[in-house]
Design a protein around this ligand. Sequence first.
Ligand code: SF4
Length: 323
Amino acid sequence: MRWIELKATLLAIGSCRLTGVDASGYIESSSAGPGAGGAGSVFFSKGGKRVRLSVSPDSPVLIHHDGDGRVHLRFGTMEATGILEQPALHCPRQAYITVTGQCIFSCKYCPVPLNEGRAKTPEEITGMIESVIDRIDAISITSGVIGSIEDEERRVIEVLKRIGRQDIPIGVSIYPTRNTPDLLYSEGVSEVKFNLEAATPALFGEMCPGLSWDGIIESLDRSVALFGRGNVFSNVILGLGETDEEMEACIRLLTERGVIPVIRPLTPASAVASYGRPSAKRLLGIADLHHDALKKAGLDTTKARTMCTYCTGCDIVPGRDFE
Ligand code: SF4
């Protein structure tokens, strides 16, 4: 089975069960990304490509750990040998840090508002980065929102000032104000990610009450002008009720602007807990459209140096997962 098919099959399930030698050193318990607040995740990797799976005792996917990270994965007749990668902070090779672990907004798919996370101080964050500095290629910063969007932006800028200029790239993904792209650019950030989240404005309005689709598009446009084409990213969730045509239109809306879409399969949670995960077939079909749109726009995911397009754990990334 080709990697892309294996990854689509695993992403459609989203979880794994661990057996064999204790693998707790490979489990990441994160307060951001799919599965936030759950029992943790592992990164299964084969031939330098990876997929993140949440750990669940009920999963039909079995990962047997032989020790030292060497594993066999089994699901029905499907078998694969690979390794578990050791996460640095949140994911392998990055210090991906959530500044504020809670949120005043209530996006319907997001478990973060339910978490009781607080805002980490700039000192804590620099300490966290120091603790993994010898095994990371990038620093990535994200955040929920405590107080207001403006308060959160200030908090993140303080963190960046404290981190200072680094020899490794810094990526930032927060909910933007009109000034966010310029402020992040002045702090020496290399890449930004502002998430459109849903494929259409109507779906966005339903899923993210109180947030602005047009505001995000404006921030993306300003970011491309500052950071350059291919250095700006946007997550769009697949599985919120959009059609394939709507998802394709959204992908092209982003790529034509110079933004690399991150097509994130839905992890049903919170108010959309009853929704299904997108099937492997749908993931592969959308990956083909995504690949074509990136190619037509001359965007190259292999140049991404931070955040999700560099990590690839949760999504199919055309150009990285397949040529
Ligand atoms: S793809 Fe993004 S959300 Fe998923 S583990 Fe990697 S950095 Fe985290």
